[in-house]
Design a protein around this ligand. Structure first.
Ligand SMILES: [Zn+2]
Ligand SMILES: [Zn+2]
Length: 223
């Protein structure tokens, strides 16, 4: 399934869960909040998990998502409603409730992964969520998508996209001379040569889009 279809499917699911799970007076807010993050797989996974398995039946809308920490592709997030707050772990594949904020944490190993030996040390550093930054949706313009051809992380670029990395020389595929050398021609002239290029490129193994290829992606750790 293409990423945009997958995203659309999650948005529809969350809409349904909101309709059934959130009290009527907060439904509009819940939908508005959902649409703010409607291009963000990570936030959508979090919302789906929250609305499908509310810790108790509070029937509340999400009011805020907070970014506490990020390591590799795993996010430690806070989720706030009008009267409660929770701690979550999330990736683009799934989200996991760690517990109600400030209370007992179900899986303290998760906090160890972020460098906190136990729950106490963690809550000493982050006693409340209001001091943490709001989680920013990266949307379609973020590093999760190629800024030129919009292919998602792990997908191949559209042929001719200047961000594509050459699998032969690791250079920029639209600028290096590999394509001419491999085809044994001086210039690319017709459709047939392009098709042949695509074939040998795939045979060699194309380099799919990754965040690091995005010119605006910060190198090193961003804490
Ligand atoms: Zn691209
Ligand atoms: Zn090359």
């Amino acid at each position: 399934m293409h990423l945009s279809e997958k995203i659309e499917k999650i948005v529809k699911e969350v809409e349904i869960f909101i309709q059934y799970g959130v009290q009527e007076s907060e439904q509009q807010d819940a939908l508005k909040f959902l649409h703010r993050y409607k291009n963000d797989t990570l936030a959508l996974q979090l919302m789906r998990t929250f609305y499908t398995s509310l810790p108790e039946t509070h029937e509340e809308s999400i009011a805020r998502i907070t970014l506490i920490q990020k390591k590799d592709d795993i996010f430690l997030l806070g989720l706030t409603t009008a009267r409660h707050s929770y701690l979550y772990l999330a990736t683009e594949q799934k989200a996991l409730l760690l517990g109600e904020y400030g209370c007992e944490i179900v899986e303290p190993e998760a906090l160890a992964f972020f460098g906190y030996p136990d729950t106490k040390v963690f809550f000493e550093k982050y006693p409340g969520l209001m001091s943490c930054e709001e989680y920013e949706s990266v949307g379609v313009t973020g590093a999760r998508f190629c800024p030129v051809c919009a292919s998602a992380v792990g997908e191949y670029h559209l042929l001719g996209c200047p961000v594509e990395v050459c699998p032969w020389c690791d250079g920029q595929f639209t600028r290096c001379s590999c394509r001419f050398e491999k085809l044994g021609v001086e210039i690319l002239e017709d459709e047939e040569e392009l098709e042949e290029l695509e074939r040998i490129l795939e045979e060699k193994g194309r380099v799919p889009y990754s965040k690091e290829q995005c010119p605006s992606y910060p190198s090193g750790t961003d804490e």
